[in-house]
Design a protein around this ligand. Structure first.
Ligand code: PGA
Length: 257
């Protein structure tokens, strides 16, 4: 089962996610981080940046990228990752990859991205948001639980949600290249964050629902090491919320763990 922590707000969640990353990087200065875009991870990056850690050897792999936007477009995930993660954390941009960023043919970009992740030794810790559709990465409902990095079509709801970053919904791309659910499951640790009432249904499906392609986030139930950080609103549909609070309040602090 995922460890579910119901936090006060996004700041507290960001601090806990940053604790996890800090612990990892102190033990492994060239750790491989799985990077997420969107609004959700912003408090994590800010909290981590305040710690003054040397992150210059950390390697990063983004979850996904739009297909059809020029690389330099301010909303391409390459641009977003450079602006919101690389610059904020002081990462080496040469050590950070985004799917399809190598200039090779798009049709085989997924395979090359998988090879690059494998060559780096795999992702140590993957930061995840979750969409209202239940997507993680851009794996929309219907995605195979064993899927690998590939081109996908964005759900209409996801395009609506992401329209806030563009001047109109018509500018939101219809396609993307995303790590698959099978790819994400191979990360050694998953940290999923979600805030707000709009995510409550997706969070309940991911944490407590059946494991199903209808809620791609539910694939996290197949992973042995998952931390879920949610605020009260995002936790509001969790049937076992009292148990998660109880377990967190009585957590066993084991030295060295
Ligand atoms: P958000 O997106 O962080 O902007 O809410 C999450 C997602 O779509 O995975």
């Amino acid at each position: 089962m995922a460890e579910v922590v119901i936090v006060r707000d996004a700041e507290e969640a960001g601090a806990l996610a940053a604790d996890a990353i800090e612990g990892l990087v102190r033990a492994k200065p060239d750790a491989v981080l799985g990077l997420a875009t969107g609004s959700t991870p912003l408090t994590t990056w800010r909290s981590l940046a305040r710690r003054g850690l040397d992150l210059s050897r950390v390697r990063g792999f983004a979850l996904d990228e739009y297909v059809g936007l020029p690389r330099e477009h301010p909303e391409s995930y390459r641009s977003v990752i450079l602006r919101e993660v690389v610059d904020v954390l002081g990462l080496d941009p040469l050590l950070v990859r985004v799917p399809g960023d190598d200039g090779g043919p798009l049709t085989t970009a997924g395979r090359r991205y998988e090879d690059a992740i494998a060559a780096a030794g795999g992702v140590d810790l993957q930061i995840l948001g979750i969409g209202r559709t239940g997507h993680i990465g851009f794996n929309e409902p219907g995605s195979s639980l064993a899927s690998r990095t590939r081109i996908k079509t964005l759900a209409a709801r996801t395009r609506e949600d992401n329209a806030r970053f563009f001047s109109s919904i018509d500018e939101v791309p219809r396609h993307c290249i995303t790590q698959g659910l099978g790819t994400i499951l191979e990360a050694r640790r998953l940290v999923l964050l979600a805030f707000g009432e709009g995510k409550a249904e997706a969070v309940a499906g991911a944490v407590e629902g059946p494991v199903t392609t209808s809620c791609p986030g539910s694939v996290i139930q197949l992973h042995p090491d998952v931390l879920v950080l949610v605020d009260e609103a995002a936790a509001s549909r969790l049937a076992n919320a009292d148990y998660y609070r109880y377990a967190w309040d009585h957590r066993l602090e084991v030295a060295g763990a």
